[in-house]
Design a binder for this molecule. Structure first.
Ligand code: HEC
Length: 425
């Protein structure tokens, strides 16, 4: 980008972004899974438990569970093999580790053999269950709670609801240094996000599958993701006397017809008056200027070069990356290339709208660096799909957490994406 464009864009104000359960052993030994199958299925039964957790549609804990068909009528054995090898929406969902090909072979051989139950008298090694620890090591002093517990309407399978709330800091400046899940109704909680918003959003539940560009992502949780603590150098600022506006965006699933549909999931937060060295901030790479052609795969390459005018605020250190696209998004890569050719990868991942994860990173960017973000989509619709905030629009933003936060009044976190040069192929 040339100097003039940078200066013009420096004046822009648009902001960031576009925006364990029970398992294994059936109570009925005649229906128990063979030991090798059960060992593989231990990677599934943290969600596909009986009853299912985190929005999983069905239990997969005994032989009978495999005999049925999936939501679309396909035989479950076929669906299982398809989903464990899928690149789009694989099972188990990230951040949980994918099955190895040896594990997939175990399932496949068992299906071919007609899904026999465990041989009588066989006893299996106990399974070590449970994902990443989700407890914060910092001390929780603020609990983010909805105004009231939320009850999903019966008959709804999939919904996203947002809840506005405020955190008041009556004292001196503090830093937000950790956020962790306090999941209440694990049967229906699929994942959640926490944003900071410019003003108070409704405290009553409202629909918000998508969100406006001015919301800054602070935290993303999905089953299997660890609790989240900022690097020791940085904290998100909570200024003295400030009332911070936050939104919890809850994604609920009820494919399994759970009976208890009320959820009071909260988010534990650690703040500290022992200020870290730096304020953390949020900015976005990618681009907002594209229209995807119908029935085609497309790739958008957006380059943002850090201009010399940014010298006073550079370098910055990027400590996390959150790829954000809508449902047609398939993959995102962001790399940084220095003038001397040195290249570092911020993120390089398949994308699934169902599980939008935070990736920890440890990368500096400085004046002269080129930050390149490549977004890939599969537009299987008959429509042109433009950039935008609506359900039938798409996005290409890599929303990163960084420090030290840039505080210039002309700066906004949306600037690097707004200023990028993008080419669609
Ligand atoms: C972190 C929770 C979680 C884990 C672990 C998990 N699943 Fe799932 N699974 C889900 C959710 C939620 C859905 C429903 C949404 C979807 O289809 O993506 C689902 C859907 C499925 C479906 C599609 C069912 C249908 O009717 O369309 C299959 C098949 C499946 N999972 C198999 C597995 C297998 C096999 C494993 C282990 C190798 C596994 N899952 C691990 C949460 C999980």
């Amino acid at each position: 980008m040339n100097k003039r464009a940078w200066l013009l864009l420096w004046g822009l104000t648009s902001a960031a972004c576009g925006d364990s359960g029970t398992s294994g052993d059936s109570n009925d030994p005649a229906k128990a899974l063979p030991c090798d199958v059960q060992t593989v299925m231990a990677k599934c039964t943290s969600c596909h438990a009986d009853p299912p957790l985190y929005g999983a549609p069905m239990p997969l804990t005994n032989v009978d569970d495999f005999s049925g068909s999936g939501l679309d009528g396909t035989a479950l054995s076929e669906l299982v093999l398809a989903r464990v090898s899928a690149t789009t929406s694989p099972m188990p969902p990230a951040p949980n580790e994918a099955l190895t090909s040896a594990e997939i072979d175990v399932l496949s051989a068992w299906f071919d053999a007609g899904m026999p139950a465990r041989a009588e008298g066989d006893s299996c090694e106990p399974i070590n269950e449970g994902g990443a620890p989700s407890t914060l090591s910092c001390e929780t002093d603020v609990v983010l709670a909805k105004k009231a517990p939320y009850t999903m309407p019966a008959g709804v399978e999939d919904e996203t609801k947002c809840f506005g709330l405020q955190v008041e800091n009556t004292g001196a400046k503090r830093h937000i240094v950790g956020l962790g899940p306090a999941v209440d109704n694990a049967a229906i909680v699929h994942h959640f996000l926490v944003f900071r918003t410019p003003s108070l959003e409704s405290e009553e539940p409202f629909d918000c599958a998508l969100f406006p560009p001015k919301w800054e992502l602070l935290y993303a949780w999905a089953p299997g993701a660890p609790a989240y603590e900022l690097p020791e150098q940085a904290g998100f600022p909570l200024e003295g006397g400030e009332t911070a506006n936050l939104v919890i965006q809850m994604h609920y699933n009820n494919y399994a017809n759970a009976e208890d549909l009320t959820d009071d999931t909260r988010v534990d937060m650690c703040t500290t008056s022992e200020l870290r060295q730096f304020d953390a901030g949020v900015m976005s790479f990618g681009g907002a200027n594209f229209v995807l052609p119908p029935n085609a795969t497309s790739e958008l390459t957006c380059d943002f070069s850090v201009p010399t005018q940014a010298e006073p605020v550079m370098p910055v250190h990027i400590f996390q990356s959150w790829p954000h696209m809508h449902s047609l998004g398939r993959a995102m890569q962001t790399t940084v290339t220095s003038a001397n050719g040195d290249e570092r990868t911020i993120v390089d991942t398949n994308f699934s709208f169902e599980s939008q994860l935070l990736y920890p990173t440890d990368i500096d960017i400085d004046v002269g660096d080129r930050v390149r973000t490549i977004c890939s989509w599969e537009n299987s619709t008959n429509e042109m799909v433009p950039y935008g905030e609506e359900t039938n629009n798409e996005m290409c933003f890599n929303i990163v957490g960084y420090y030290p936060a840039i505080t210039s009044p002309q700066w906004s976190g949306g600037l690097p994406a707004a200023a990028a040069d993008c080419t669609l192929e």
